[in-house]
Design a protein around this ligand. Structure first.
Ligand code: CP
Length: 315
């Protein structure tokens, strides 16, 4: 595997899962692959899980790790071509990326949607410049439109907790005070569509995800109907794609609570975290025995390590 920016970079879903369960069982057996190799983790945005789990995964693989918060201590980076750089941005990505690439064997990049231009966000202008100019493999640690390490960890977690081969998995929108990107839901839907699970996506009207991520999946606007008989509930807020970056609803009836969970098949509750309690999910649901948000987050080490193993094996 050269780069990891979406589910389509895996050799196959089955091989991805196989690698994941292998590194989970034997986390320290592959350190020869990372010996004398360096991973640089570059953050344009905040992180708790991605930062720690990816560093842990790289160290498990025997790699050295350097972490750079681009907006704290580095030169501010210009990302657009052709601009006259007379503002506060002292360096262009076109120089910075190959320089970083010259110090690293693998680069991880976190760069969220900026909500200034849907075209720029959906063309992944920052991530793609890394892929194009770094000269080394690039791992998306959440880009403008996808969060593939998260979706991979979500898939691993569902495989571990499912009680039947093809469970009903429901992605539900939930309210939030701030406008959040569509990267997690896009990526989750795209990934789940590669499985044989029964996938249902539910949200208020106006929150339809981009057609390229939904494919043949049609939204169910009735949340209670969507939850009926579900085996997994995956909650997430996102801002509108159609009215790009806008908050259209803060309807607290969509907060995942015992009322909706009661019509499921004792569904497991999932969320990528961080989560706003009593906005996205009630205390009672996230603290219930059916909440698997902590093992889901723990599997972020596993997904990152499986990806690094596949990349290091192909260097
Ligand atoms: N789920 C996730 O990516 O968490 P962080 O934003 O804390 O990295």
């Amino acid at each position: 595997m050269k780069h990891f920016t979406s589910v389509y970079d895996l050799p196959s879903l089955e091989m991805g899962l196989q690698e994941a369960f292998e590194v989970k069982k034997h986390p320290y057996d592959f350190q020869h692959l990372g010996k004398n190799k360096t991973m640089i983790l570059l953050f344009f945005n905040s992180s708790l899980r991605t930062r720690l789990s990816t560093q842990k995964a790289a160290e498990n693989m025997g790699m050295k790790v350097m972490v750079l918060d681009v907006n704290q201590g580095a030169w501010k980076l210009e990302t657009e071509r052709g601009v006259i750089m007379d503002g506060d941005k002292a360096e262009h990505l076109l120089e910075a990326v190959p320089v970083i690439g010259s110090y690293a064997d693998v680069i991880g990049v976190r760069s969220f949607a900026q909500f200034e231009s849907r075209d720029d966000d959906y063309n992944e202008i920052i991530l793609n410049q890394f892929v194009q100019y770094a000269g080394v493999p690039v791992v998306s640690m959440e880009a403008a439109t996808r969060h593939p390490l998260q979706s991979f960890a979500d898939h691993i977690t569902i495989e571990e907790y499912k009680k039947k081969p093809n469970p009903k998995v429901v992605l539900t929108w939930a309210p939030h005070p701030r406008a959040l990107p569509q990267a997690v839901p896009n990526s989750f839907v795209e990934w789940m569509r590669q499985t044989d699970y029964e996938l249902v996506v539910t949200h208020p009207e106006g929150y339809e995800l981009a057609p390229e991520f939904m494919g043949e999946v049609k939204p169910e606007y009735d949340q209670m109907k969507a939850f009926e008989g579900a085996d997994f509930i995956y909650a997430k807020n996102w801002a509108s794609y159609t009215h790009y970056g806008k908050i259209l609803s803060k309807d607290m009836n969509w907060t995942v609570s015992d009322r909706q969970m009661a019509v499921t098949r004792e569904a497991k509750f999932m969320h990528c975290l961080p989560v706003r309690r009593n906005m996205v999910v009630s205390d009672s649901v996230i603290e219930s025995p059916n909440s698997i948000v902590i093992p889901e987050a723990a599997n972020r080490v596993v997904s990152a390590q499986a990806v690094l193993k596949m990349i290091l094996e192909s260097l």
